[in-house]
Design a protein around this ligand. Structure first.
Ligand SMILES: Nc1ncnc2c1ncn2[C@@H]1O[C@H](COP(=O)(O)OP(=O)(O)OP(=O)(O)O)[C@@H](O)[C@H]1O
Ligand SMILES: [Mg+2]
Length: 266
């Protein structure tokens, strides 16, 4: 049974900074948990459809997807597609998401449209991962109100660190403003490249400042992680022996443990 009873645990990957590993992390965690026998839904909230494409969906497979479920009242179960990985389904992202922010602005309870749209599917899964777009717009706010937890991937460089401080602030303000929104599950250092001199220094700064909020597992730069999406495969199918696969497998365990510990508190 899922750690959340008969409802999926929902986790959003959030950072308004681009190219920090949100999609790679959403795809890798989803596939690793599905490989472990969990039933998982990956929701692709990015207009580029990168998460969906990374798992081999063709352009025409992106429709219908999450945009149609949110804005056109299409039943979410009809919009969900299986991926090539057993137990992993996808609610695809497409260009139709690009105008979502604008459309949502006029909708009643606009912060809760995603939550309402995916509600009928929530008991079909153990975990749902939400891959957020780069801007901190209404789609990200919708992800935060739909999720139990957020994970913030950050790159260990100066701008990454600076952005993180603002991002934490924005996530907290969203929570305070709306009343109910995702708890921060953890900060994930991604794309750590120790050939770059500041990596260790900034990594230490992040750990000093945010302490136990930072996952022990760190994702280093790994060429195989960069290559895998071009083949429409998860890192575990593309190169299971890579550092990237090993690190994401460790992260999946840490994520599940953190969620378990958090659930024990209540
Ligand atoms: N650990 C890593 N090592 C090397 N390349 C990586 C790693 N993680 C991700 N990448 C690559 O870096 C690029 C950006 O990663 P990704 O798409 O996951 O970031 P993102 O935060 O989702 O970006 P965006 O904000 O544009 O959606 C991609 O080409 C991805 O394959
Ligand atoms: Mg992305």
């Amino acid at each position: 049974m899922s750690p959340n009873g008969d409802k999926a645990i929902t986790v959003a990957l959030v950072n308004n900074k681009g190219g920090v590993g949100k999609t790679t992390t959403a795809v890798s965690l989803s596939t690793e948990l599905a490989r472990g026998g969990r039933k998982v839904l990956l929701v692709d909230l990015d207009g580029q459809g990168s998460a969906s494409r990374s798992l081999g969906l063709d352009r025409e497979d992106l429709y219908p997807g999450v945009a149609e479920a949110m804005l056109e009242g299409l039943s979410v179960r009809k919009a969900i597609k299986p991926s090539y990985i057993p137990k992993l389904d996808i609610l695809a992202g497409s260009m139709n998401l690009v105008s979502t922010d604008v459309f949502l602005a006029d909708v009643e309870k606009r912060e809760f449209v995603l939550r309402k749209a995916i509600e009928p599917a929530v008991s079909d899964y153990d975990y749902i991962f939400l891959d957020c777009p780069t801007s901190f717009g209404l789609l990200t706010v919708n992800a935060l109100t739909s999720a139990d937890y957020s994970i913030l991937p950050v790159t260990p460089d100066y701008l990454g660190f600076e952005g993180l401080v603002n991002l934490m602030d924005a996530v907290e303000k969203t929570k305070d403003g709306i009343g109910e929104a995702a708890e921060l599950l953890g900060i994930l250092i991604t794309m750590a490249d120790y050939r770059v001199r500041v990596t260790r220094e900034i990594g230490d700064m992040i750990r000093e400042r945010f302490g136990r909020m930072v996952f022990n597992t760190e994702i280093r730069t790994n060429v195989r992680l960069r290559e895998a999406p071009s083949y429409g495969k998860s890192i575990f199918d593309y190169d299971i022996r890579s550092h990237g696969a090993e690190a994401y497998s460790r992260l999946a365990k840490e994520v599940v443990n953190r969620i378990r510990q958090d659930r024990l508190k209540v």
